[in-house]
Structures are given as structure tokens and as C-alpha cells.
Ligand binder design. Structure first.
Ligand code: FAD
Length: 445
């Protein structure tokens, strides 16, 4: 009899469009479905509070849909270098499959692949979580793109993978012990700050697809107004973050049945997914994107690292600037913030308060349910001016003008900041803008 296969789940908590799972099922052998919670290996950035909450619920949903199909999800914790080979020995596995990741953690995968193959196992990894593999889209000179528009033009012309269907049934694997999810203590207990997350989200593959359908049938028709924070966008980012849905599935849906009004916006929507691809390809070429300026000119920038009162006011949404405060409160309550408002709040921190972008990136890392290794630092650096194809530094968002333009009736602000609340602004917008431009001039000299 053929020995078991192990499918190693990571940020791909789904059964549909899962090439690693498909490869295991094609071997016609018992299958061990493993999720390995690894916060120890070099190259892994430990999750923030909000993503830990999401992970707990996403694993619960995945385990349930696996059980419905006759299988079982095995949970283990520790460094992958130790846990995976130990599980291979324990189960007598003869094959291991996973879908690729593109952060610094891919070095763990490369080491394990070599080691397990040396031990005689079949090991294969698959393209699954991006539309295009970062190394497949390069300039004519074979270099990674540094600018979004030519990157996306080249990427979207490629043949896209057809998403795979989810298996109807799963074979039982060998009986091996599994950790209890609750023992990982991913959920906040004292205090339980997750009420707003529970109200806003339902993690899991089923919910991700319901959201995509709802968006395609309703909100996509208004997507040309996506810069207005009171107009709905897809809300797919945390589902994509945990791989509950794939960009290939979204791509296919956008080329399927849509109303004429929705169809007009599909290319724009897909180009936003293109930014996700772009940031992953930037991270692939720059694994230290979260800690290092992409453009080294910014190493000399006089950012402040002071995390005192002004930063706390920013985090709490108490800056006295209504659009900034609304965004930061939305983030705290729901684990997301509208994209335009993310840009405004980030610009306020790095330009009006002159704080290092990493202070903001770290706060978003802890509080966003969609925080990931590529898109959070990539976007922070974009706003700060230090990133790839970044907003020019001298473009300092004026949060009051942004509010007038994108929230003219104040619907969004009123949702988060009561009309009667009047906080004095912690900085003067015009003075601080001038100081930011002076600071920028100092590194240009
Ligand atoms: P939609 O408008 O429906 O877009 C669809 C999908 O396209 C999104 O789910 C996302 O996967 C992708 N997308 C859209 N805009 C961007 C963008 N600017 N960069 C990369 N991908 C994009 N997005 C994250 O997924 N994770 C992050 O950690 C993250 N941090 C950010 C930090 C800052 C400072 C800023 C300015 C933006 C950040 N974004 C991040 C990008 C963007 O704000 C969110 O992806 C978006 O708001 C998610 O809402 P949505 O799914 O409804 O978006």
C-alpha cells in the first residue's frame, strides 16, 4: 500500500482551488491534513492580535468543512524544521505537498524540501495564492518591475490558472494526535476586545465566497466610487490574507456573469488585486520590506521614533482631525479601514507627525485582520514615499480636503465620531506640512 501524504496548510485555509490538496488526493493514499502554527522559525513574523483572532475562526471553519467530507485537520505547533519531519516519521508519510509562500519564510520551505527529498520522500510545492509567480513577471532585462503599471500590464496578459474545484470527500488519515485549538490561545480573553470583529466578520471559505458573490451582484456596479469611504468595497482582503479564497477564483468570477454596470468596473477592481500581486513581487525581491526602506535615500530621513502622547492619540483616534479619528476608530472596532482613509491616516502619522512609517506599520500589523507581510509594509512605504512606485513625498494629504472630497456629507465620519465631540487638533496641519517638506528637502540636498 502507498504510504500517506501530508498536505501542509499555511495561508491557504480552504479546500477549493488548493493544488497541494489535489496532488495529495491524486496519490490515492491516506492523507494527513496538517496546520502547523509556527511562530518560531526565522523569517516568520508573529501574528498581531487581530490576525490571531481571524486565524482561530478560520481554522475552526476549515476543520468543520474537512470533517463534513470525512477527513480530519491535525493541528501542531512549533518550528516547521522540527515538527514536519517528526510528523513524517510518526505517520510513515511518503509524500508532502504545500502551496508556495513568498515571504522570507520560503527559505524554511526550501530547506525542508531538500531535507525531505534526501530522505526519499516525494515533495512538491504549487502556485496557488497569487495570480502570477513573482519570478514569472520581469522586465525585458529579467529584473523585477519597480513600477506598478508595466508590472500589471505584463501580469494580466498571462494565461491565468483555472481554479480547481473543492473535493467532495476526503479520505481519513492515520490516527495521530492533534493539539486543541483553544490551547493556542489565539483569542483575546482579558480583555475581550474582539466584539467588533465578531459583529463585522465571519472568517472561512464559505463566507469568503458569499462575500464575492454579494460584491459581484451588488457593490461592483458602484466600484468607480470606491474612494468614498461610505461606499462598499469587496471586503475580501482578510479572506485573501488567509487564503480562504484565491485571486484565480476572483479573476474567474470577474470574467463570468455580471450586470453591464458591474462589468464596467471589473477591470478596475482586478487592477486593485494587481496591487496585491505587485506588493508580493516587491516583497519576494526585498524580503526585509517591513524593516528597511525600499528606496535607501530615505535612510537619512529625520523621522522621529517617539511613541509618546501624539502616537497614542493617533492610535486611539483622538487627534482632533475628524477623518483621521474616524479611520483609526473604524480600525480598532472592525479590524479594517477603508483604503482611502488608510492613506490619509498613514500620511498624517508620517508627514504631519513626522513619525517613522514603521511605527504605523506595526500598529496596523497588530490591529488589521488583513495585515500581511507584503501589503502592509508595501503600502506604508508607498505613503511614506520610501516605497516602490510610491506617492511622491511632497504629496501630503490634507485630511480636511480629503474629507470634503470623499465624505462630503460626513456620513463616514459621523459613523465613528459623534457630531458633538470637539477635540482640539494635536497639530496644525499647515505648519506640520511645512515641516515635513523641510525635512524632505534636507535629504534631497
Ligand atoms: P477592494 O477595493 O475590494 O479591493 C480588492 C482587493 O484588492 C483587496 O481585498 C486587496 O487584496 C487588493 N487591494 C486593494 N487595494 C490594495 C492596495 N493598495 N495594495 C494592495 N492590495 C490592494 N491591504 C491588505 O490586504 N493588507 C494590508 O496589510 C494592508 N495594509 C495597508 C496599509 C496602508 C497604510 C494602506 C494605505 C493600505 C493597506 N492595504 C492593505 C491596502 C488596502 O487598503 C486594502 O487591501 C483594502 O482596503 C481592503 O479592502 P477591500 O478588500 O474591500 O478592497
Amino acid at each position: 500500500m502507498t504510504g500517506p501524504s501530508i498536505v501542509w496548510f499555511r495561508d491557504d485555509l480552504r479546500l477549493g482551488d488548493h493544488p497541494a490538496l489535489r496532488a495529495a488526493l491524486d496519490r490515492d493514499a491516506p492523507v494527513v491534513l496538517l496546520y502547523l502554527f509556527d511562530e518560531e522559525s526565522p523569517g516568520i513574523r508573529p501574528l498581531g492580535g487581530a490576525t490571531r483572532w481571524w486565524l482561530h475562526h478560520s481554522l475552526t471553519a476549515l476543520a468543520a468543512s474537512i470533517e463534513e467530507r470525512g477527513g480530519r485537520l491535525v493541528l501542531r505547533r512549533g518550528a516547521a524544521d522540527e515538527v514536519l519531519p517528526a510528523l513524517v516519521a510518526e505517520t510513515g508519510a511518503e509524500a508532502v505537498f504545500w502551496n508556495r509562500r513568498y515571504s522570507a519564510a520560503r527559505e524554511i520551505d526550501a530547506r525542508l524540501k531538500a531535507r525531505l527529498r534526501d530522505g526519499g520522500l516525494e515533495v512538491a510545492s504549487f502556485a496557488a495564492n497569487l495570480l502570477v509567480e513573482p519570478w514569472e513577471v520581469t522586465t525585458d532585462a529579467g529584473e523585477p518591475y519597480k513600477v506598478f503599471t508595466p508590472f500589471w500590464r505584463a501580469a494580466r496578459e498571462r494565461d491565468m490558472r483555472d481554479p480547481l474545484p473543492a473535493p467532495r470527500t476526503l479520505p481519513a488519515g492515520p490516527e495521530v494526535p492533534s493539539d486543541a485549538l483553544d490551547d493556542w490561545e489565539l483569542l483575546p480573553i482579558r480583555p475581550d476586545w474582539a466584539e467588533g470583529l465578531r459583529e463585522t466578520w465571519e472568517p472561512g471559505e464559505g463566507s469568503a465566497h458569499r462575500r464575492l458573490e454579494h460584491f459581484a451582484d451588488h457593490d461592483l456596479a458602484d466600484y468607480h466610487r470606491r474612494d468614498e469611504p461610505s461606499v462598499g468595497t469587496s471586503g475580501l482582503s482578510p479572506h485573501l490574507r488567509f487564503g480562504e479564497i484565491t485571486p484565480a477564483q476572483i479573476w474567474r468570477r470577474m470574467h463570468g456573469d455580471l450586470s453591464p454596470a458591474a462589468r464596467k468596473n471589473a477591470a478596475k477592481f482586478l487592477s486593485e488585486l494587481g496591487w496585491r500581486e505587485f506588493n508580493w513581487s516587491i516583497l519576494y525581491a526585498n524580503p526585509d520590506l517591513a524593516t528597511k526602506n525600499y528606496r535607501p535615500q530615505f535612510d537619512a530621513f529625520p523621522w522621529s521614533w517617539d511613541r509618546g502622547a501624539e502616537v497614542r492619540a493617533w492610535q486611539r483616534g483622538e487627534t482632533g482631525i475628524p477623518l483621521v479619528d474616524a479611520g483609526m476608530r473604524e480600525l480598532w472596532r472592525t479590524g479594517v479601514m477603508h483604503n482611502r482613509v488608510r492613506m490619509v491616516t498613514a500620511s498624517f502619522l508620517v508627514k504631519n507627525l513626522l513619525r517613522h512609517w514603521r511605527i504605523g506599520e506595526e500598529w496596523f500589523w497588530d490591529t488589521l485582520v488583513d495585515a500581511d507581510d507584503a501589503n502592509n509594509p508595501g503600502n506604508w512605504q508607498w505613503v511614506a514615499g520610501s516605497g516602490a512606485d510610491a506617492a511622491p513625498y511632497f504629496r501630503v494629504f490634507n485630511p480636511e480636503l480629503q474629507a470634503k472630497k470623499f465624505d462630503p456629507h460626513g456620513h463616514y465620519i459621523r459613523q465613528w465620531v459623534p457630531a458633538e465631540e470637539l477635540l482640539a487638533p494635536i497639530v496644525d496641519l499647515a505648519d506640520s506640512r511645512r515641516e515635513a517638506l523641510d525635512a524632505y528637502a534636507s535629504i534631497r540636498r
